[in-house]
Design a protein around this ligand. Structure first.
Ligand code: MRU
Length: 351
């Protein structure tokens, strides 16, 4: 089951509606790229690689529905679609990465006919999606390779099949370790404010039969100081060239507590999430989402916060490279100095 895919019969983009999980499993379909951009913005689909693949299918859809009869006209439609999709969420670089690959096809001088361009756009979107699954499995094998038996792992947000096209990044490593019989136990950060951990990660771990317990985000420091946690595993929405990573809000505090207790902290990051153009994490744009996500928490049907309360809601934070033990990529596990070694891992994947 893929998080996002192309519906061949109806020529539509299909997604699992992640807002409804774990209560309801429902797929939704989109017939134009504006709807795909809105689905990314409203988090029908979320997670950096899944956002990238969704944007790629959104671009393929833009080509299918374009009424252009000449290539330059279709290229103009595709440039407009790229702008709309690119604006959906700012932090995950996979969005720009996938759109750039799609624009490479759109502007291929060797394609001189609109039908051929439509087919080539769809081919590239499928390729991006298929590659994502293959890359995740390679990363998972590298990551599981450094895990010992019976490890207790703290995991933040959702980085599983739902955050990618399939399989997952950090959660993919845990899943692989489980399949290898290493019996990991996961302490699942619930991940305020949208609760991707309690809702989505727990739901996935149930399906895989991995042992887990949900913890509140602010309990992580307590567990890390107990001496009973072996590792922290997280994903990333963007890694800077120096190995600083932007990931779900709360990751930075987790990394600080891990460092203070000498617990290894690993980010699992496909090279499509590494932005070599950005030298350090503080230059990564951080999305600030609507304050209703924070204020909307209700108990017994009543909003917890007083009426009229204001809130801040940054969706991501930056974990500096000095707090990171290693970065797992599809090309292997990268250790400091990240300034040198991360670039090498990325360039390796381009050769
Ligand atoms: O706001 P979200 O749910 O899209 O945030 C997702 C994360 O922070 C993940 O950790 C990240 O995308 C990497 S997982 C593949």
């Amino acid at each position: 089951m893929r998080t996002v895919s192309w519906d061949e019969t109806h020529q539509q983009v299909k997604m699992i509606d992640q807002r409804l999980l774990p209560g309801e499993f429902q797929e939704v379909s989109f017939t134009n790229y504006d709807q795909v951009a809105e689905a990314i913005q409203t988090m029908v689909v979320r997670g950096a690689p899944a956002i990238g693949a969704s944007a790629a299918f959104g671009m393929a859809l833009a080509a299918q529905i374009s009424s252009a009869s000449e290539v330059p006209e279709m290229q103009a439609d595709l440039a407009a679609a790229a702008q709309v999709l690119q604006a959906a969420r700012p932090t995950a670089v996979n969005l720009a990465w996938a759109i750039e690959r799609m624009l490479g096809v759109a502007n291929d001088p060797g394609i001189d006919d609109v039908r051929a361009l439509q087919a080539a756009m769809l081919d590239m979107a499928q390729r991006i999606a298929d590659e994502d699954v293959e890359i995740n499995k390679r990363m998972a094998a590298h990551g599981a390779g450094i895990m010992r038996e019976n490890e207790v792992v703290i995991h933040h947000c959702n980085t599983g099949a739902l955050a990618t096209v399939d399989w997952g990044t950090a959660l993919g490593v845990i899943r692989m370790a489980h399949e290898q019989g290493k019996n990991p136990h996961v302490l699942v950060d619930e991940t305020r404010p949208r609760l991707q951990g309690a809702r989505l990660t727990a739901w996935e771990l149930e399906q895989y039969g991995v042992s887990y317990e949900i913890i509140t985000d602010n309990a992580a420091g307590y567990f890390l100081s107990s001496g009973k946690v072996d590792r922290v595993l997280v994903g990333a929405d963007r890694a800077a060239a120096n190995g600083d990573v932007a990931n779900k809000i709360g990751t930075y505090m987790l990394a600080l507590a891990a460092k203070d207790n000498q617990v290894p902290f690993f980010a699992v990051v496909p090279t499509s999430t590494v932005d070599l153009e950005i030298p350090e994490g503080k230059l990564i744009p951080i999305e600030e989402r609507n304050q209703d996500e924070v204020l909307g928490i209700e108990v017994k049907g009543e909003q917890v916060a007083p009426k009229g309360a204001e809130a801040r809601n940054p969706a991501f934070d930056i974990t500096p490279n000095r707090l990171i033990t290693g970065i797992v990529t599809e090309n292997g596990v990268v250790y400091p100095p990240f300034e040198v070694n991360l670039r090498q891992a990325v360039i390796g994947s381009q050769n």
